[in-house]
Design a protein around this ligand. Structure first.
Ligand SMILES: [Ca+2]
Ligand SMILES: [Ca+2]
Ligand SMILES: [Ca+2]
Ligand SMILES: [Ca+2]
Length: 333
């Protein structure tokens, strides 16, 4: 812990007396966090909030100045309820409202919302946000899903997938070389096993899909046949471990173990093939050319759409070696 030198003490006491009931002797200034309720504002009268929050209640009202820049014009394209956020005495947060003004051309217009100059607080990052004014009824990819609701506004896709195209049943993550010791216990059964802890994670970018009779093979033979009644939900996940007794929630994914008792993916080079019930190739994962000793999984980065990279090299993984049933960052799909 860092203790203040004597000359700093009067400044600290002043800051504490002005601001925080929660202020401790080691806190010089309270932290201030800025947030917005959306970064896509419907230009046809849509509203949003800009919020400021301290890490404790204030004893006197605090004004938090907000600046507006960008090519959207204040008073023409949008209005604001106030130019500063007032945090009343006794609470830790406040907000202002931004309203889009209908009837003006807002194509490609953005509002940059930022924290203005303020003393006696420690602003956290981010302290600025870019908000895009989205034309209410525009549908620039022509898929019938308005831009404001379209998760992929530049790619034609069905409404059932929020305007994004279906990508098919795809391999999203593969562990063919579980790390030594408990770090390699991917199936969570408390035992690290070089075969049982191997896994394949599949993502179903389709409507709900019956994959009964589909198979997973290595270069030598079929290693898993998906049993009757295997239906993967739309945008759902299924994980097949080599074996063992998979223990955990795995992000709510369907979990199976290889029907032939192992996936037997060779570290030195192998090829994993997913086939449908007629034997047609659906997806392939080629280990040849990848690390022969990664001690961790390969995952798409970003999940679903990216290329395969070693799991722990992805910053969002936060050092995790694998994420069966979950996104790289550990959250559910
Ligand atoms: Ca669209
Ligand atoms: Ca779309
Ligand atoms: Ca295990
Ligand atoms: Ca994963």
């Amino acid at each position: 812990m860092k203790w203040m030198s004597a000359p700093a003490r009067p400044l600290l006491l002043l800051a504490c007396s002005l601001l925080l009931s929660a202020c401790k002797t080691q806190d010089v200034f309270p932290t201030l966090t800025l947030a917005v309720s959306t970064t896509n504002l419907n230009d046809d009268g849509g509203t949003m909030r800009v919020m400021a929050r301290l890490n404790g209640a204030v004893s006197e009202p605090l004004s938090v100045p907000i600046t507006f820049s960008g090519n959207a014009v204040l008073g023409q394209n949008f209005s604001v309820s106030a130019g500063e956020i007032t945090i009343p005495a006794g609470v830790d947060s406040g907000f202002i409202t931004i309203t889009a003004i209908p009837g003006t051309d807002t194509s490609s217009k953005q509002i940059i919302i930022a924290l203005g100059a303020i003393a006696d607080v420690l602003p956290q990052t981010p302290n600025s946000f870019v908000v895009t004014l989205v034309r209410a009824n525009a549908d620039r990819d022509g898929d019938g899903v308005p831009d404001i609701d379209d998760d992929c506004p530049d790619d034609f896709g069905p409404a059932a997938n929020n305007g994004c195209p279906w990508l098919g049943l795809l391999i999203n993550e593969v562990l063919y070389d579980p790390a030594a010791d408990t770090a390699g216990d991917a199936n969570g059964d408390g035992v690290r096993d070089p075969l049982a802890d191997e896994f394949v994670e599949l993502f179903n970018s389709n409507p709900a899909l019956d994959i009964s009779g589909f198979t997973l093979s290595d270069a030598a033979q079929v290693r898993h046949t998906f049993p009757a009644g295997t239906i993967v939900p739309s945008n759902g996940v299924i994980v097949v471990f080599g074996g063992g007794n998979p223990t955990g929630s795995f992000g709510g994914a369907i979990v199976q173990t290889a029907t032939e008792g192992q996936l037997n993916l060779n570290n030195a080079g192998d090829i994993l093939t997913l086939r449908d019930s007629l034997g047609n190739v659906v997806a392939v994962f080629d280990i040849n050319g990848l690390s022969g000793n990664p001690d961790e999984a390969y995952s798409r980065n970003p999940d679903i759409t990216g290329d395969f990279v070693q799991h722990a090299t992805i910053p969002a993984a936060n050092g995790a070696l694998f994420s069966p049933g979950r996104k790289v960052n550990g959250s559910n799909f």
